[in-house]
Design a protein around this ligand. Sequence first.
Ligand code: UGA
Length: 425
Amino acid sequence: MPRIGVLGAGFVGLTSSACLAELGNEVICCDIDEEKVEQLRQGRVELFEDRLEKLVLRNQETGRLQFSNRNQDALTGVEAVFVCLPTPLGTSGGADVSAIWDCLDAISCTLSPGSVVVMKSTIPIGLGVEIAEVLDRSSLNYVSNPEFLREGSAVADFLSPSRIVLGSNDRSVAEKVLSYFGRVECPVVFTDISSAETVKYASNAFLAMKVSFANQLSVLCAKTDSNMQDVVCGMESDDRIGRGNLTPGPGWGGSCFPKDTRALVAISRSLGHRFSMVEETIEANERHQQLISERILCSTELTNPTVGILGISFKANTNDYRESPSIRIAHQLIAAGARVSMFDPVISGEIRISDQFTLHASISPIDACEGADVVVVLTEWKEFSKLDPFSVASVVSSRRVMDLRNILNRSDWKRAGFTFVEFAK
Ligand code: UGA
């Protein structure tokens, strides 16, 4: 059984560890956060991620998955180490890769010669070639293996991937890494290191661009009385366009699209190239959210309306609200003088809206809608589509609703006396 180390027990590291163990590898996952490691040892997963806790528990029981807070343990007696460390947005707009450099010495000194370092973290294009050169001096191999895991369906994405991309200087080493993924039924793309890194950024930027395209198209559809869903259906049937990421909403957010689009722009700019389509995608997203805020504010004709927001996370099935459209829109509303309440089925406590504002998450959707002049749905949680509009009607100030995820049953809500505020019209 191959023994694999994983550095980092965040969303990518923990999902990779549990899934690699599930696929029959012996995995030792390390994180410097002692408390997190202790919780994981007890089988408790803080992340709200479908199937992940079950997989962690099951594989710990079989002994194939272990946790440690000493990085050294992920580097000793292993034939490969997967680097899953955070690379947040740095001050210059590119990725901050200090966590990677910090552990490079330990990797070079501890891993046995001939072992492989597999880079799962998203790092600037070209950095992998530099890292590979450093590792080569200690007779270590390097493979770039970008991750394509969506929050909320990360386990499914890992176990049934759309594709596996392996970038290296040595095909046989890349094939060795592929063997850790069990029986592979998806396309496998072997590339050089920089190309693999570029695939990651290009994929996220393209997906973000698709969402922004859908958001702008939906405005045109509203103005021309075209049915957006039918239009998307007609488009998606063309393989060249492809399915997915054409559902309009309050704009894209999360920990990946915003970070990776900005990094791609910064990388391009540093090379004297203006990747204008990605720049415009970022601007289009910001404009979209600004317009939504303005539409909410003018829907009530009040100077300081009360707004009940349903949904805090950046999409359903996750408790992540980093760069969430809900947070950005709430910030714009509060800054314009609105009173805002927010509810999310999996987020509670203090919510940091910006440096100046925090608010306490409401304890129920009804609580968030109490006294609202307009109710706004910003996250596509199933719970919201099942909300009883009559209960909401009994607590709001005005029966006005804006459904940016298109999940409410319009006739039920209209029957309860609600008027729908349309974004586009
Ligand atoms: C994204 C990519 O989809 C993954 O392939 C990638 O691995 C991951 O980033 C990453 O780089 O780690 P994720 O951030 O979990 O995954 O989110 P998505 O499901 O792609 O959604 C991103 C945003 O676009 C969300 O705010 C979502 O609500 C929005 N979206 C997505 C739409 O508004 N409409 C759509 O049709 C699809």
